[in-house]
Every structure is written in structure tokens, then in C-alpha cells.
Design a protein around this ligand. Structure first.
Ligand code: SUG
Length: 445
């Protein structure tokens, strides 16, 4: 039976906007207050999905969340008979809160959960832990829907769904954005790498300016719950200087696939130790590394271009790896030069393919942020009840759905518009039909 890595991409939601909500995420701060295009954002993401499907990869889709999230406002005491009155009151009293409950941040599904494939776990099931995303309010409200969506899609004996970790500061968890798996073949046992920014216990050097989001304690608890073997699990600290340069998740500065880790020289606190541990875990097979020196690409250029937020993929018919990079990589001189050389000279990299994901990039979300990787075999793929695997037909239905329901422009002031709420919920209600998902949203219950 064949085993694949399936990329589940988050579909951008109808309320995509630029609210500057993520301190420490340079792009989010820089684009705060600009007018966004939800339609363009969703179509850019969908184009990437189609391209990967056409490369012969298994590509799937995850739905956006219910936004504006009225249940959160109700819980906080904002109650009125009409939703329009609630939105208006919140806008007047706390526009930042309104932006928070309107954020389409659930699109960055690399933060949705940590997934350990069946080949790595003690019970042979694929384990999911939805991320609590407790570092930021607008992201923490994603947890419940994420859990519902994952449970609705991955049903049956092959999967085990854990509850999100408790939301205390020591257990802050940002999901797969700080988790990488190495293996020879996707169906073979792999080495799982968890990268953290802070810890309550150890005397670590911490970033001086920006918050470190992922804790060691969270990573450790997830590895334990997922039943991973200690010999094949590695924990490593992010370089605090990288966090201060805008690397709020490890996937902004390193990416791995199968037997390759592609990373920046300044990504980790102790690279030598990390590589020794990975090599030990990997055993007799060779794990390859491509380290990008600061002299070639500065940390600043890495963050501006999102070079490392690329997707590193094994495409059918190619012996090495394909790198899916954001278009910004072509516009950053050092990065463009580096990539040209890499593609020409390094036999591990077969091709570098740029994608225009500017709408998401402006909020700090590149190609890798938009996808959650799940290893699945042929039988598991065939057993999915939900219609989430992308093919030409689903692509064209989703394209029509976006064009029908999404606005072309959305400014921060538009978030209080009650018709945006109506448009958004109407679209999502139709989407659950297209994807053959049960009632996953609170407004459907
Ligand atoms: O959590 N941006 C997201 C970007 C997440 C990127 N994910 C990964 N690197 N895996 C964040 O900072 C910005 C929203 C705003 O400002 O409107 C935001 O939430």
C-alpha cells in the first residue's frame, strides 16, 4: 500500500483583513490598516493547491472558521438581540477586539495542530493535538473549531484526537509550525523535531524584544501524549536573536522533508548539538542538511522574503526535492541569487517554483504556513467521508464559491458591517455542503 504526505491547505476566509494583531510578526505590523482582498487571498491559496495537485501530489483543503466569531463576544458579555448591535458596540468600545474576532488567521493551518503519523506512534495511530495558540487572543479562539474540523475529517480507528493543551503560559503551543518530521519514506518510522522558544525550567537565553511563542513544556507534553519513541524525538531551542528578527515560528527559518533539513545558519540556539541528535535518531540512513550562511542571506532578508517558509516536497518522478517559494524570494536580491545557485548546483533540489501569495504574505503567512501535513495511506485516503481531497472538479467548485461570496476589498472599518457577517455565514454554510462536512460551525448547531 502506498503512503503519502498529504498537504491540507487552509482556505482563506471571507473576512481576511490586515489588523496588525501579531506583535513580533513583522509583516503583520507593517501592513496593519491596509485594505485587503479576501477574494484575491482565497484564489491565490487555491491556485497553489491546484498547482501542487497538478504536480502529482496529494492535496487537500481545510475550511475557514466562523468569523466574526459572535460566540466569543457573547461569552465576553456583549449581548444584544441583533448581531448588528453587538458588532456596533464592540466596534465603538474595543475595535481591536472586533478585529480579533474577525481575523481569518485560521487559514495558517500549520498552526492548527501537531500531527504524528502512525509510523511514529506507539499505538500505530495517527495522533492529532490541536494547538491552543494561547499566545495571541485572535488565534486562541481557533481551537474549538479546529478540533471539530479535524475530528470531522479524520474519523475512525486509525486516528486519535487529543484535547488541546491547557492554556496556561507554560503550555503555549503553536502546532506544526514548530514541528518537523524526517524519514526515509513517509510510511517508515521517522524522527520528530520539536523546536521551542522558551521554557519555564531551563535557564535559557530569551529574545529581548519579541515574544517566544512555543514552550519546551508544550512540545514535551505533546511528544509524550503522541507516544513517540524517545530515541527518535529531538527538542531544540530557537535562536532568540532570530525571534527578535521576526522569526515568530521556526517555520519562518527552517523547513524539512523526508531526509533533508533546509535552514538558516542562525535558526537554532545550538546547531551542532541539534544535528548530532538528529543524526543519532535517524540511524544508518543519511540525513542531509542545507545550511544557508548569513553571508549569503541575512536574517533580515530571510524574514523579508520568507525563503524558509517554503514547502519542501517530494514530487512524483523527481529524485530530489521541489521547493515552493513565495514570489517575494525573487524580489529579494540575495535570496534570488542564492536560489538560482541552489537550483543549478545542488542535486538535492530539483526545482524551485515561486507562487504569488501576497495577500497572505502581508500578514506573515507564506506557502508553508498555509498547510498542515498529514501522512496517509491509500486506504485512509479512500476512507475519507469529507470531500476535501482536491481535484479539478473540487477546485472549480471552490473557485466559483469564492467568486460568488467573497468581497474584493475589505478595510478594517468594514468589519462592523453586519452584512459581512451574513455573507460570511452564508458562504460557510454552503461550503460545508461542498466539502460534505457535518455541522462543524457553532452557527449551524
Ligand atoms: O500567527 N498572522 C499569523 C501568521 C501565522 C503564520 N504561520 C506560520 N508561520 N506557521 C500569526 O502571526 C496576522 C493577523 C493580522 O495582523 O491581521 C496573523 O495572525
Amino acid at each position: 500500500m502506498s503512503t503519502f504526505e498529504v498537504n491540507f491547505d487552509g482556505l482563506v476566509g471571507p473576512t481576511h483583513n490586515y489588523a496588525g494583531l501579531s506583535y513580533g510578526n513583522v509583516a503583520s505590523s507593517e501592513h496593519s490598516g491596509l485594505v485587503a482582498s479576501p477574494r484575491k487571498a482565497a484564489l491565490q491559496g487555491l491556485d497553489k493547491m491546484l498547482a501542487l495537485h497538478r504536480l502529482g501530489l496529494q492535496q487537500a483543503v481545510l475550511p475557514p472558521h466562523e468569523r466574526p466569531h459572535l460566540p466569543t463576544l457573547h461569552k465576553m458579555g456583549f449581548k444584544a438581540r441583533k448581531p448588528a448591535a453587538v458588532l456596533q458596540r464592540v466596534f465603538k468600545q474595543d475595535p481591536q477586539l472586533l478585529a480579533g474576532v474577525c481575523s481569518a488567521s485560521a487559514m495558517w493551518v500549520a498552526n492548527a495542530a501537531t500531527v504524528s503519523p502512525f509510523a511514529d506512534t506507539a499505538d500505530g495511530k495517527t495522533h492529532f493535538t490541536p494547538a491552543n495558540l494561547s499566545s495571541m487572543f485572535h488565534r486562541a479562539i481557533e481551537v474549538q473549531t479546529t478540533a471539530a474540523v479535524l475530528a470531522a475529517i479524520f474519523q475512525g480507528e486509525d486516528y486519535l484526537h487529543h484535547a488541546a493543551l491547557s492554556a496556561d503560559p507554560q503550555c503555549a503551543d503553536e502546532g506544526a509550525a514548530n514541528h518537523t518530521r524526517f524519514c526515509t519514506d513517509y510510511g517508515e518510522p521517522g524522527v520528530e523535531l520539536f523546536v521551542y522558544g522558551r521554557s519555564a525550567q531551563a535557564e535559557l537565553l530569551l529574545p529581548k524584544e519579541f515574544p517566544a511563542r512555543q514552550t519546551f513544556e508544550a512540545s514535551k507534553e505533546i511528544a509524550g501524549n503522541h507516544g513517540l519513541s524517545a530515541a527518535r524525538t529531538v527538542f531544540a531551542q530557537q535562536n532568540p536573536a532570530a525571534i527578535d528578527a521576526g522569526v515568530f515560528h521556526n517555520d519562518v527559518i527552517a523547513v524539512g522533508n523526508r531526509n533533508l533539513l533546509f535552514y538558516h545558519q542562525l535558526a537554532f540556539a545550538n546547531t551542532t548539538e541539534l544535528r548530532q541528535q538528529l543524526d543519532r535518531g535517524f540511524g544508518n540512513d543519511e540525513l542531509n542538511y542545507i545550511e544557508v550562511p548569513s553571508d549569503d542571506v541575512s536574517l533580515e532578508d530571510a524574514v523579508a522574503s520568507y525563503l524558509f517558509n517554503s514547502q519542501l516536497l517530494s514530487t512524483p518522478g523527481k529524485p530530489g526535492h521541489t521547493l515552493i517559494v513565495p514570489a517575494e524570494c525573487q524580489e529579494t536580491v540575495s535570496v534570488s541569487r542564492y536560489l538560482q545557485q541552489l537550483e543549478a548546483d545542488n542535486e538535492l533540489i530539483d526545482q524551485v517554483l515561486p507562487f504569488d501569495l501576497r495577500q497572505s504574505m502581508n500578514n506573515g503567512g507564506g506557502p508553508a504556513c498555509l498547510r498542515l501535513r498529514v501522512v496517509m495511506n491509500t486506504q485512509q485516503l479512500a476512507g475519507l467521508q469529507a470531500r476535501v481531497i482536491l481535484n479539478d472538479e473540487l477546485h472549480s467548485r471552490l473557485r466559483n464559491w469564492i467568486n460568488k461570496h467573497y468581497r474584493d476589498r475589505l478595510a478594517p472599518d468594514d468589519l462592523r458591517d453586519p452584512s459581512l457577517l451574513l455573507e460570511s455565514l452564508t458562504a460557510l454554510d454552503e461550503l460545508t455542503g461542498i466539502l460534505n462536512l457535518s455541522s462543524i460551525y457553532e452557527f449551524q448547531k
